[in-house]
Write a protein that binds this ligand. Structure first.
Ligand code: HEM
Length: 484
């Protein structure tokens, strides 16, 4: 047993057990469970252990205990107990800041409160609503690209195109710039973000921080990429400052953040503005692209769900190719449900790492100060008493009228966007984008699984990504009239 487990608990706290009493998978001498955790499937290892050891168990990682929690009430309580009781995991913060990704995600205390306000001002409904027509135009561009390629008999690389689309949207919304990565292969910003994510994924799942001792070519490339991203973001900020009309309402996330930062009482520094702008671009791409990729794959595998979704989208859109009115997004009940079901089965941010700020008691267990606690955002999403046949993709579970009365709202049992005061500030943008792009896809294209393609594997590339999106798009069958 190591020192942390043997801590003398203060008598003021009441608890039934200590971390040492928690069940724990058997590890190896000296390194504990560290080697079992390394690799891009780390999150699946956790999920397997949740099934085996229950809603709260312990890992030993190089002599330090790590507590894993998945029951919804405890996860909810932990996420709400921030920033006071818990902070973000120190190891993650270090890895992120080494790659120059910081901003509100790694800030704590007063610095976090201040930056959270800054970021929220840039991602509020008004800013996203203002951007809606541009998002629709970009989605039309994606539709036109696919239609042309199909007419020319050219293949569509869904994974590539969805990432490019997400980048176009986040750079458009956040920076007010149109980069058109969808139509330009090898966009430099996208390449830099890919290099960064490659190392973020590698470093956050490594058993040992090798890069602090020796840098591989990929590490050097990621560090150069990070410097390049910063240069681009600083240039976007400079351009925006020069061009923006301070008399009218901010129309991009960056304008809104610049206005907020110019308030003499705000206390925002230029450095905070830059780091949060970088964070938005980096955080806004893979999250939504991976979510759409998984959703399209699951819909292709479940034609009955795709048909139900298409019926809804047809009814809402009338003759339009894609959503043209903001209000239409509110009518997508089944699309919302299909998104929730996708996040339940393939959540793109599977775990949130925390560290306790003080000795405390969690689920009757004494947790010493500075203990690592990891919460599973899938929560109780695989509990078959709450989600019968949990492996099945069934959007209907999320629609009140399809649920037996006794079942409570399943949304309380899963946490794809986190929770409490650090709940993802980009969720509204993400949902707007997901609805826009998926509605366009099911409205205009038939989806089938790529014949003979293996099932995509889950890769923890910082965010959880599908290894491929093996879905074939075809122009919607000529029975469009008949299907209305
Ligand atoms: C489907 C898409 C997305 C998912 C599943 C997702 C998920 C998450 C999760 C789980 C967290 C941690 C929350 C917590 O600690 O309680 C988070 C935080 C965050 N997300 Fe997202 N996210 C998505 C899209 C976005 C987008 C599009 C942006 C911005 C442009 C964004 C910006 C952020 C930021 C800035 C934080 C840090 C908040 C803080 O620490 O106060 N996210 N997200």
């Amino acid at each position: 047993m190591n020192d942390t487990l043997a801590v003398d608990a203060p008598s003021a706290l009441r608890y039934a057990r200590t971390i040492a009493d928690l069940p724990s998978p058997k590890g190896h001498p000296f390194v504990g469970n560290a080697l079992q955790l390394a690799g891009r499937q780390m999150h699946q290892k956790f999920t397997g252990w949740v099934r085996e050891y229950g809603p709260m168990f312990r890992l030993d990682v190089l002599g330090h205990p790590v507590v894993i929690v998945s029951d919804a009430a405890t996860v909810h309580g932990l996420l709400r107990d921030r920033p006071e009781g818990f902070r973000r995991a120190g190891g993650l913060k270090q890895v992120m800041s080494e790659l120059n990704i910081g901003g509100v995600f790694i800030a704590e205390g007063e610095a976090w409160r201040k930056q959270r306000k800054l970021v929220m001002s840039g991602l509020n409904v008004e800013v996203i609503r203002h951007f809606f027509p541009t998002m629709a135009a970009m989605t039309q561009g994606l539709h036109d690209r696919w239609t042309t390629r199909l007419a020319q008999g050219q293949p569509i690389d869904l994974k590539r195109d969805l990432k490019a689309m997400a980048l176009d949207i986040i750079v458009g919304l956040a920076m007010g710039h149109r980069i058109d990565a969808v139509n330009h292969d090898g966009d430099p910003l996208q390449k830099d973000i890919d290099r960064l994510f490659d190392r973020l994924g590698q470093r956050t799942t490594a058993a040992f921080p090798y890069w602090r001792h020796v840098k591989l070519p990929a590490d050097r490339a990621a560090e150069r990429a990070s410097a390049e991203i910063e240069t681009k973001v600083v240039a976007f900020i400079r351009d925006t400052r020069e061009r923006m009309d301070r008399e009218r309402k901010p129309s991009t996330m960056l304008e809104a953040m610049i206005v907020a930062a110019e308030d003499p009482d705000s206390g925002f520094t230029d450095e905070e503005l830059v780091s949060n702008a970088i964070l938005s671009v980096v955080g806004g791409e893979d999250t939504t692209a991976n979510s759409i990729g998984w959703m399209v794959y699951l819909l292709a595998r479940h034609p009955e769900a795709a048909a139900a979704l298409r019926a809804e989208v047809d009814a809402v859109l009338g003759d339009a190719t894609l959503p043209r009115e903001w209000e239409q997004l509110k009518l997508f009940t089944y699309l919302d449900a299909a998104h929730s079901e996708t996040q339940r089965l393939r959540t793109v941010a599977p775990y949130i790492g925390l560290t306790s700020n003080a000795d405390c008691v969690v689920a009757d267990t004494f947790i010493p100060k500075n203990t690592a606690v990891i919460v599973a955002t899938a929560g109780e999403g695989f509990d078959d008493t709450l989600f019968p046949e949990p492996a099945a993709f069934r959007p209907e579970r999320w629609i009140a009228e399809h649920r037996p009365k006794r079942e409570e709202d399943p949304a309380r049992r899963v946490f794809p966007f986190g929770g409490g005061s650090r709940l993802c500030p980009g969720r509204f943008l993400a949902l707007t984008e997901i609805k826009m792009v998926v509605a366009m896809i099911v409205r205009n294209f038939d989806l089938t699984l790529e014949p003979g393609a293996p099932e995509p594997t889950e890769l923890l590339n910082f965010f959880m990504a599908p290894s491929a999106v093996p879905v074939r798009l075809a122009p919607r069958a000529l029975n469009r009239e008949a299907s209305r």
